[in-house]
Design a binder for this molecule. Structure first.
Ligand SMILES: C[S@@+](CC[C@H](N)C(=O)[O-])C[C@H]1O[C@@H](n2cnc3c(N)ncnc32)[C@H](O)[C@@H]1O
Length: 339
């Protein structure tokens, strides 16, 4: 475990080698190698084709960080190091692998993260300052980056699908409108699991077109409507779902979107918000990371249950249920529009 005196703790936290060394360990799969018995720098160098002496020096640093223990030149993996093993359920090894081809989007984030000071001073996103275009326009201009971003999103959403289709009393719903529903990654399995349920995907015009394929198997019970959630939402349902979307917007914009949901749902209608909660207790570092990422990329934020309750109250809806996913950090909040 990482336990150093205060000076060395700060040095280890602040050293720019810390994030890089952890990524080197993930890229070269050093925890996997040590677990498999290749537990000396010589053996690891043979397996990876790396330079034995340089690798040994990185292992010393990683040991100080608490990923490994060392005795007489032989290493063992700690519980911390195991988290970046390639079979760990966190899938962090893949996220940190510097040579993962799907990592393009993370690499794009890094220069923006380095501008955190500016974001802290101004409260504004710094993405445009770094790349000359805001985040969404930049993705539009770079299809490979856009694909890397969307693939990452899809992986995240797919992880929560099995729980999402069961977590709510969907039998109490006749027609769900998935607002900002992307390419239907949630709506398609939801309708598939609940044959009585009808659905509408409400999305920006160009995204609706991309969603047709995913929703084809449930096309007889599903409409696709193009539009913006900053305008009146022209789709009728008894429940309006908005998932993984409000955190992309500032409080002022989130309030505007929520007001549109209230207007569409009408008195007694329900609005379901699915989001990561920043105060969810589980994986607080990931929640805080996501929150800061929203700040630097979009001037947006992750929120707490209380933040959402407050925003809901401002636009005329009451928080009537809170359901917590097993998927770390994720919650479903049910609001009911007041009469
Ligand atoms: C992070 S994605 C979430 C997608 C989906 N709900 C999910 O959980 O997979 C946010 C979505 O908001 C959509 N979006 C952005 N601006 C929008 C607007 N003005 N009106 C409707 N949808 C919008 C984007 O196209 C994108 O698909």
């Amino acid at each position: 475990m990482f336990r150093q005196d205060p000076l060395n703790t700060i040095l280890a936290l602040a050293s720019e080698f810390t994030p890089t060394a952890v990524r080197v360990a993930a890229t070269l799969r050093l925890p996997d190698l040590v677990e498999a018995g290749h537990n000396t720098p010589k053996a690891m160098a043979e397996q990876t084709g790396a330079d034995e002496q340089a690798l040994g020096r990185v292992m010393r640093y990683l040991t100080l960080l608490g990923l490994f223990t060392e005795e007489s030149g032989t290493y063992a993996v700690t519980e911390v190091g195991q988290v970046i093993g390639s079979d760990h359920p966190s899938t962090l090894q893949r996220w940190l692998d510097l040579e993962d081809p799907a990592r393009e989007i993370e690499a794009r984030f890094e220069p923006a993260i380095a501008e955190l000071l500016t974001a802290v001073r101004t409260g504004e996103p710094v993405y445009e300052k770094v790349y000359g275009a805001n985040f969404w326009d930049d993705l539009k201009a770079h299809p490979k980056l856009d694909k890397s971003f969307n693939d990452g999103l899809t992986r995240t959403v797919n992880r929560m699908v099995p729980e999402f289709v069961k977590i709510y009393d969907w039998a109490s719903v006749k027609h769900v409108v998935d607002v900002g529903g992307g390419k239907g990654a949630l709506l398609a399995p939801l309708l598939n699991t609940h044959p009585e349920l009808r659905g509408t995907l409400f999305e920006l015009e160009h995204v609706v077109e991309q969603a047709r394929e995913t929703l084809a198997p449930v096309a007889d019970r599903c409409e696709l409507v193009g539009g913006s959630f900053f305008e009146p939402i022209a789709a009728q349902g008894d429940v309006y779902l908005i998932a993984n979307t409000l955190h992309n917007w500032s409080d002022a914009d989130a309030e505007k979107i929520m007001a549109r949901l209230v207007e569409a749902a009408g008195p007694g209608g329900r609005v379901l918000i699915v989001e990561r909660m920043v105060d969810s207790g589980k994986d607080p570092v990931m929640a805080s990371y996501a929150d800061l990422l929203m700040l630097v990329l979009l001037g947006a934020r992750e929120r707490s249950v209380e933040d959402y309750r407050g925003l809901g109250a401002k636009v005329g809806m009451e928080l009537t249920d809170t359901l917590r996913f097993e998927t770390p950090g994720m919650w479903l909040l049910e609001f009911t529009v007041q009469s």
